[in-house]
Structures are given as structure tokens and as C-alpha cells.
Design a protein around this ligand. Structure first.
Ligand code: 4AD
Ligand code: MG
Length: 433
């Protein structure tokens, strides 16, 4: 039995006999030769079949179509004319799985590719993005474990809102109405656990009934969140910065080839690793927008996409924007001491117009203030009794943040749309296949 190796490793070997396997990426032939570009998870390579050597199998080889699965043994050698600089002279072939005419050919519409997402995943573009995605998930785990955080899990079926009722997905829970929702965040079920574990994190799906059809909103996305006891507001910002630096560093180390395939200019990512992030308050942001863009924002209005994008183009690292007006932020954010109209909340705005990648805050500990702000939002504090208990029994200063993993992948890969940062994107209009 041949020992199959990855195409990438075969090219590293560079000469001699190799056994490789994968799927046909391209094929062309004459009545003497068949050229097959074979694709596996690692790379592609040109393979040549000479009719004289394969007289018995020629009929089948001649009919091979794109995406057929093959095992091939042969001699590898450098060949400047081949797409990846090497060619395999095939000596043995095993046709493992024939392929019908593959529906995805050149120049298909975005819509067609979305309908055939299960097949489009095999594209080199999606393969490269999924590899970056794998690195990003690994880096998040590595960062938090390295900083002494425990991995912890919140429920997905939840009975309260945390980030505003308008983006809640209601679930028909055995016929009960308006009682069970899909998680927007782990937060309200994470805060109770810091009294046991102190420092916790998760990577889990979050759900937002976002009616917006933008290039940065999904209805289901992966949310990396952390919560820690005894924190100061600065600790939350520092962890966010260190986490993003760690992720980008890992991707630049492990996914150079993938970023190149995606046409990403990696120079644009380097400042994120090498420079401290720009930190500014909401008030600073308004001043800068006025000075640089002549944009007048009424104090108390949230920063919109256009404002975030304008700010982001002024800097080459993410921006940590802090101290937003209380009225635009969630009920759990603590007031700035001596300035009760603003809160200790922070948004991380990615460079190059990729928008908010992290939202976090120091948490309010005053029960009465929390109740009042819940009431202001039309919520019944009674539903939050379990959460309010966190403030009744040994409450400590604490805080946390949530990072939209697809937003980060989208930025790192330089994608046009967040939909390509996840294998099967879910949006208002797309829930199939
Ligand atoms: O700013 P958000 O709403 O914050 C929270 O959910 C907090 N409870 C997190 C915490 O403190 N534990 O969401 C956090 C991040 C955003 O900064 C954004 O990156 C991402 O989640 N996000 C989305 N990503 C993709 N599609 C959407 N519809 C998103 N909504 C938020
Ligand atoms: Mg936010």
C-alpha cells in the first residue's frame, strides 16, 4: 500500500516517487496525453498521464471530469511550466470517485455560488479562508488559556435579552411564546460564573435578527467572549488589544500562502502587531470627525458605520473608542465615576473600514441603577432576578468583551463581504443550503 502524502510535501520532496490523492481541479487532454491538476487540502499540482502507459485504463482516464477523486503514484520533478512549478509523471492511478459535470464553472454569479455553497467550499478561495479561520479559532483559545482563563459555556436557549430586544430570535419552545430566545451573547449567563472561575472565555455561536443587508452582519456568527472578576476598565481594553495582536501574529505566521492566494496585502496587517492601538474617547472621536471630515455629530448619537469607517481610515491599527454616552449603550455598562452621562464601554474599530470587531465594558454593580436602566428599555427587572443575584452576593468589579470572529476574519483576509468568513452564512435572506 502506497503511503499518501500531501501535495505540498510532495513538492518539498521535489523528486523521486510520490503517492498523492485529491480531486481534479482542472483537466485537459489530447489523444496521447491527459493533464490533470490535482487539488488536495494543501495545494495543487499538475499530473500527466501518457496513453501508452495506461492502455488498459485510458478509456476511463480520458473521461475524467473536474472534481473526480483520484489516487496517483508517479515521479515528481520540477517543471517551470506547471502551475505550481512541479509535475508528476503518473505511473499508477486509482479512480476513487467519478464526478458528474461539476456545476461550478468560471464566472458564476454570487447568487449561484451561494446556492451551491456546499460545492463552492472546495474553491481555493474558500479553502484559504477556512484555513485562516482555523488559525483564528486556535489563536483565541491559545491566548485565553495562556492568560489563565477557563473555557466556560453559556446556554443558547435563553430567557432574557442582553443587547436589546430588536435583534432577538424567538424560539417556539414547546408552544411557549415570547419566552425563549437564541443567545445574542453569553454575557448574562457568564457573569454568574466569574464568582466560581474568576476568568472565563468562550467561542460560541450568537444570533442576531439583523434586518440590515450589510457586508458585515450575519444572523448567526461566532462570538469569542471573555469575562473577568476584579478587572479595571483598562484590563478589558488591554486584553482585547493583546488578543487581536496574538490572532494576527498567528495568521501571519501560519497562513502566508493563504493570504497571498487571497491577494491580501499583509503590510496592512503588520502595524496591528507592531504598534499600540489608537485609543480615544467618544468625545475625541466627535472632534476628529469634525476636524478631518467636517462631520457634525450631535453629542449622544451613536457612531454609525460611516463615522466608524471614516475614523478607521485615519489609522493603521484598530481604534479603541471608549466612554460612549450612556443612552446609546447596553444597560449593564458602568457609569464613568464623576461623569454619569458616559459609560466605561469600549468598541474596537478595525482598520480599513471593517467596522466594530469588539464590544466590551466594565460592568455596573449598583443593582438599583441596573433595574432603572432595564425599566428604561421596557424590560421587567423581575425576569432578571437570577442576574441581579450576581450583585447581591459578594459582587466584585468585573468586565468583559465580545469579539465577532467573522468580522476579524473578514478584515484579516481583506474580504468584500463577511459572508465568506463562514462556511454556510446565515443572513436575513439566506438560510439554505
Ligand atoms: O457589541 P456587541 O453587541 O456586544 C455584546 O454582545 C456584549 N455582550 C459582549 C460582551 O461584553 N461579552 O457584540 C460584540 C461583537 C461586536 O463588536 C461585533 O464584532 C460582533 O459581536 N457582532 C456581529 N458580528 C457579525 N454579525 C452580527 N450581526 C454581529 N453583531 C455583533
Ligand atoms: Mg457593540
Amino acid at each position: 500500500m502506497a503511503k499518501y502524502i500531501l501535495i505540498q510535501d510532495a513538492m518539498k520532496q521535489g523528486k523521486g516517487r510520490v503517492a498523492i490523492r485529491g480531486w481534479i481541479y482542472r483537466e485537459r487532454g489530447s489523444n496521447k496525453l491527459k493533464f490533470v491538476t490535482l487539488r488536495d487540502s494543501s495545494n495543487i499540482i499538475q499530473c500527466v498521464f501518457d496513453r501508452q502507459k495506461f492502455a488498459a485504463q485510458w478509456n476511463d482516464i480520458d473521461k475524467l471530469q473536474v472534481e473526480a477523486a483520484l489516487e496517483i503514484e508517479g515521479e515528481i520533478k520540477a517543471d517551470a511550466r506547471a502551475p505550481t512549478g512541479f509535475e508528476v509523471q503518473a505511473e499508477k492511478i486509482n479512480i476513487v470517485g467519478k464526478s458528474d459535470s461539476f456545476p461550478i464553472t468560471k464566472d458564476q454569479s454570487v447568487e449561484f455560488l451561494a446556492e451551491n455553497r456546499h460545492l463552492w467550499l472546495r474553491s481555493r478561495k474558500m479553502t484559504a479562508i477556512m484555513k485562516v479561520r482555523s488559525t483564528v479559532f486556535g489563536a483565541i483559545d491559545e491566548y485565553f488559556k495562556g492568560e489563565g482563563f477557563y473555557e466556560y459555556h453559556s446556554p443558547i436557549f435563553q430567557s432574557v435579552q442582553c443587547e436589546g430586544g430588536s435583534t432577538l430570535f424567538e424560539v417556539d419552545y414547546f408552544g411557549k411564546k415570547k419566552e425563549v430566545f437564541l443567545a445574542q451573547t453569553w454575557q448574562l449567563y457568564a457573569e454568574p460564573a466569574i464568582f466560581a472561575l474568576e476568568k472565563i472565555y468562550t467561542i460560541a455561536p450568537s444570533f442576531r435578527a439583523e434586518k440590515s443587508k450589510t457586508s458585515r452582519h450575519l444572523t448567526e456568527y461566532w462570538h469569542a467572549e471573555m469575562e473577568m472578576a476584579w478587572s479595571k476598565f483598562k484590563d478589558i481594553q488591554d486584553h482585547g488589544e493583546k488578543l487581536i495582536k496574538h490572532i494576527v501574529k498567528q495568521v501571519l505566521e501560519k497562513n502566508k500562502a493563504d493570504l497571498e492566494l487571497l491577494g491580501r496585502d499583509v503590510k496592512k496587517l503588520e502595524p496591528t502587531i507592531n504598534k499600540p492601538f489608537v485609543r480615544m474617547t467618544y468625545d475625541d472621536a466627535l472632534k476628529i470627525l469634525k476636524e478631518k471630515y467636517k462631520m457634525i455629530i450631535d453629542w449622544g448619537k451613536d457612531l454609525r458605520t460611516i463615522e466608524e469607517d471614516n475614523l478607521s481610515t485615519l489609522y493603521d491599527t484598530p481604534i479603541i473608542c471608549t466612554h460612549y454616552p450612556k443612552i446609546v449603550k447596553a444597560f449593564y455598562m458602568i457609569e464613568e465615576p464623576g461623569r454619569s452621562e458616559v459609560v466605561q464601554g469600549c468598541d474596537f474599530i478595525a482598520p480599513e473600514g471593517y467596522g466594530e470587531i469588539i464590544g466590551g465594558s466594565q460592568r455596573e454593580h449598583d443593582i438599583e441603577k441596573i433595574k432603572e436602566r432595564l425599566r428604561d428599555q421596557g424590560e421587567d427587572p423581575k425576569e432578571y432576578e437570577f442576574y441581579l443575584d450576581t450583585r447581591r452576593y459578594g459582587s466584585v468589579p468585573h468586565g468583559g468583551f465580545g469579539m465577532g470572529v467573522e468580522r476579524v476574519i473578514s478584515w484579516i483576509c481583506g474580504l468584500d463581504n463577511i459572508k465568506d468568513a463562514i462556511p454556510f452564512p446565515r443572513t436575513m435572506e439566506r438560510y439554505k443550503p
